[in-house]
Design a protein around this ligand. Structure first.
Ligand code: ZN
Ligand code: FE
Length: 251
C-alpha cells in the first residue's frame, strides 16, 4: 500500500498520495465517491481508489503543468463519466476539462459547496479550490507550506495578491498544497530570520515529520500567517526580493 495519510475530518476526509519526486495527489472522498486534485500520474491513484472502493466523481485541476494533469487521461479511461474541473481560460493547455470555471464560481461536489479562486502568479490561470464545509483549501503550486510557487508566468504583484486572498481565509482552513517542499522552505526562512521563534519551532517539527517519513501537509492558514515569509511580505516588491533569494538559495 502506498504511503498515505488520511485526516480524521468527519464525513469527508482528504488523503494524500505521494507520487513522483515530491508531488502529492489529494483525494477528497465521502467513503463512496471521490474527488481527485492534481493527479500527476494515474496508476497509484486508480490503485488507491479501487483499494478503498471509491468511484471517481471529479478531477480538480489547479493549473496546466504536467505534474498536475498528467494522470487525468488515465483516470478518465477508468472512470469516463468523471467531470474535469479547470480554468476555462486555460482550455488549450488543459484540453480534457468538462467543467470550465473561473474566479468566484461555485460548484457542489460530494454534497459540499466549493468556491473557485483565481490565484495567478505561478501560471497566469492558476486556480485554488476552497471547500469551507470541510475546512479545506486545494491550492496547487500557489501557496506552499512555508513558501510559494515560482513566478513562471505571473508577476510578484499578482502572487502577492493571490497569497493575500488565500491567507484571508479562515485561520483553521487546512492548506493542501501539491508538493512536499516544506523543509527546504523553512530552512531558507530560518536563515532569513534566525531570531524568529515561530519559524524555528515549525522547522523543528517539520524535520521530525520528515525524518519519520511523514508528510508535512496539510498546513493551516494560521500557520502560514505566522511562519510563511511570502505571506508576510507587505507588497509585491518585497515578495519579488524574497522569491529571488529563495530561487538562488542552496543552504
Ligand atoms: Zn506547477
Ligand atoms: Fe507542480
Amino acid at each position: 500500500m502506498p504511503q498515505t495519510q488520511t485526516t480524521p475530518a468527519p464525513g469527508a476526509p482528504v488523503a494524500l498520495i505521494p507520487v513522483l519526486q515530491d508531488n502529492y495527489v489529494m483525494v477528497w472522498h465521502d467513503g463512496r465517491r471521490a474527488v481527485v486534485v492534481d493527479p500527476a500520474v494515474a496508476g497509484p491513484v486508480i490503485h488507491w481508489l479501487e483499494q478503498h472502493g471509491l468511484e471517481l466523481e471529479a478531477v480538480l485541476q489547479t493549473h496546466h503543468h504536467s505534474d498536475h494533469i498528467g494522470g487525468t487521461p488515465g483516470l478518465l479511461r477508468r472512470w469516463p463519466q468523471a467531470a474535469v474541473v479547470a480554468a476555462g481560460a486555460d482550455r488549450e493547455r488543459i484540453p480534457l476539462q468538462t467543467v470550465a470555471v473561473g474566479d468566484g464560481d461555485r460548484l457542489t461536489l460530494l454534497g459540499q459547496e466549493l468556491t473557485v479562486m483565481a490565484v495567478p502568479g505561478h501560471t497566469r490561470h492558476h486556480l485554488a479550490f476552497h471547500v469551507p464545509g470541510i475546512d479545506a483549501l486545494f491550492c496547487g503550486d500557489t501557496l506552499f507550506a512555508g513558501g510559494c510557487g515560482r513566478l513562471f508566468e505571473g508577476t510578484a504583484e499578482q502572487m502577492h495578491h493571490s497569497l493575500q486572498r488565500l491567507a484571508a481565509l479562515p485561520a483553521a482552513t487546512q492548506v493542501w498544497c501539491a508538493h512536499e517542499y516544506t523543509e527546504a522552505n523553512l530552512r531558507w526562512a530560518a536563515a532569513q530570520r534566525p531570531a524568529d521563534g515561530a519559524i524555528a519551532a515549525r522547522l523543528a517539527e517539520v524535520r521530525r515529520l520528515r525524518f519519520t517519513g511523514q508528510p508535512t501537509i496539510p498546513s493551516t492558514v494560521a500557520l502560514e500567517r505566522t511562519t510563511n515569509l511570502f505571506v508576510q511580505a507587505p507588497d509585491g516588491a518585497s515578495l519579488a526580493l524574497l522569491r529571488e533569494s529563495k530561487n538562488h538559495w542552496s543552504g
